[in-house]
Write a protein that binds this ligand. Structure first.
Ligand SMILES: Nc1ncnc2c1ncn2[C@@H]1O[C@H](COP(=O)(O)OP(=O)(O)OP(=O)(O)O)[C@@H](O)[C@H]1O
Ligand SMILES: [Mg+2]
Length: 474
């Protein structure tokens, strides 16, 4: 570093200030006649010259220290303090070292602080629930990632009322900021998918340095509400499905014990109807039990080896009579090498029985129901990763009236029927496809449904293939 220059004016002033006592003493001595004015003048000049050298060095050293401090202040946070300048000496050099140390310590502390703020930010952003920090004017100080994803990416500095237009939440937040205790509000957030949320507004005991006075935490209740609603719907549907045949049975029992008691022909006919209704109820209870049994062990997939050709032939034989009653045929299109899948034989029989039964029930009379088996590398959903064994695909196609597109996503819901009256008339309860879906979930398989109005529908089942025999297959 170059030696710092000292302005002449500053040097002159400093030397002048330091020489005042000497000058005064010399003047007094001259006035008292102790020394001659010439001697005093000479002595004064010698003293001034003698003072100028150390004063200049000292001022230069101070100037260098000033430059050094300025340089430290201008350096970025990551720069380290420079050592003291060579131009400095003695106490100023020590001062310079001390300033350097102070700067390094401040930099370390501000680094630690930044890291802590960064960590807080990461933790807040990793929370699954939206969190909003509010100042006492209902302005958003900051918001975590979940809140930004839910409401808007730019929330900082905005008014809460502008992003969450819910009077109940705003009123509660206002009350909390005015000194009330924490409050909880349940509300719905309109949007493409309406959401039910619970907002908890909690005041901070002391206002945070960033101005946060209260925290607004949101919790999404949509899924919980939906499952609550589904449970209620399920109970209502199951009760309704059971009540219908039960009312019929009660009606016939009353008729049989009253007016029809003596009519042998009517008794026979009514007993037949009662048998059908009782069978219907029994079928419904069987389906419900089957569904709950599958759901119970849905998390542990089966690991048996099932020969699909045997399963499909078995199903075709069982339903051949029903098909013949409508003049229909069941055609099996199987590859030469018998495909085997990983699964539970009984459950897979249930899957294909439901699908072929639907194809017969909803298919056109005198048409053909086809079960075609092929292989592919991967399938939808859980089978989307390629595997060495591959995937077996079974497509059950009918030539029926088809299903309108809007019904397709809901077909596997319990009790969902496109035409409830027709399905009931055909002896259906709307549980068949729900059972199929749960069995395929249990197998980590998949189901896709394609349908063309007036042409028919294809229900395609995807299952993981087993390794060919001799390659360690089960
Ligand atoms: N192959 C198909 N063609 C046309 N519609 C179908 C077909 N398969 C199913 N559906 C429609 O989907 C609905 C649900 O089918 P699902 O098998 O779950 O019930 P279901 O056949 O009515 O009664 P269950 O199978 O419980 O006896 C049916 O009511 C019907 O409206
Ligand atoms: Mg069915």
């Amino acid at each position: 570093m170059p030696r710092a220059t000292v302005p002449v004016r500053r040097l002159t002033l400093a030397v002048a200030a330091l020489s005042v006592p000497v000058v005064v003493t010399l003047v007094v001595l001259v006035a008292l006649g102790e020394i001659e004015a010439g001697v005093a003048g000479l002595a004064g000049l010698v003293i001034l010259a003698g003072l100028a050298v150390p004063v200049r060095r000292h001022l230069a050293s101070l100037a260098a220290l000033g430059t050094h401090v300025d340089a430290l202040a201008d350096q970025g946070a990551t720069a380290t303090a420079q050592p003291a300048q060579p131009a400095q000496a003695g106490s100023t050099a020590e001062l310079s070292w001390a300033i350097g140390r102070l700067k390094r310590s401040l930099e370390r502390k501000s680094g630690e602080l930044e890291a802590r703020v960064g960590a807080d930010e990461i933790i807040l952003d990793s929370l699954p629930d939206p969190l909003i920090m509010l100042d006492d004017g209902l302005r958003i100080v900051r918001a975590n990632l979940a809140a930004r994803n839910l409401l808007d990416q730019n929330l900082g500095g905005r008014d809460l009322a502008a992003v969450l237009r819910n009077p109940a939440v705003l009123e509660a937040a206002q009350a909390v900021l005015a000194g009330a205790a924490g409050r909880t509000v349940e509300f719905t957030l309109p949007g493409r998918i309406e959401r039910t949320l619970r907002a908890r507004i909690e005041p901070l005991s002391t206002r945070a340095a960033d101005g946060t006075a209260a925290v607004l935490a949101l919790h999404d209740l949509t899924a919980a509400k939906r499952s609550e609603q589904m449970r209620a719907d399920f109970i209502a549907n199951a009760s309704h499905e059971l009540r219908t045949p039960l009312s019929t049975l009660i009606g016939y029992i009353e008729t049989l014990s009253g007016t029809a008691s003596e009519d042998a022909e009517a008794r026979q006919r009514f007993l037949g109807i009662m048998h059908d209704q009782a069978s219907r109820m029994s079928g419904l209870v069987d389906d419900l039990l089957s569904l709950s049994r599958i759901e119970l062990h849905e998390h542990s997939p089966p690991d048996g080896r099932v020969d699909l050709a045997t399963v499909l032939k078995d199903v075709a034989d069982t339903l051949a009579l029903d098909a013949r009653a409508k003049g229909m045929t069941i055609a099996l299109d199987l590859p030469p090498a018998a495909p085997a899948v990983v699964g539970d034989g009984e459950e897979l029989i249930q899957v294909f029985q439901n699908l072929v039964d639907n194809a017969i029930k909803y298919g056109r009379p005198n048409s053909t129901v086809t079960a075609k088996v092929t292989r592919t590398e991967r399938g939808p959903g859980p089978l989307s990763k390629p595997s060495t064994e591959g995937v077996v695909v079974v497509a059950i196609s009918d030539q029926g009236a088809g299903i309108a597109r809007e019904h397709l996503p809901r077909l596997t819901e319990r009790f969902y029927r496109v035409d409830a009256a027709r399905s009931r008339e055909l002896g259906g309860t709307g549980l068949g496809l729900a059972i199929v879906k749960h069995i395929l979930n249990h197998h980590r398989g998949a189901l896709t449904i394609e349908s063309q109005a007036g042409k028919g529908s294809t229900f395609t089942v995807y299952l993981a293939a087993t390794p060919p025999a001799g390659r360690g297959g089960a």
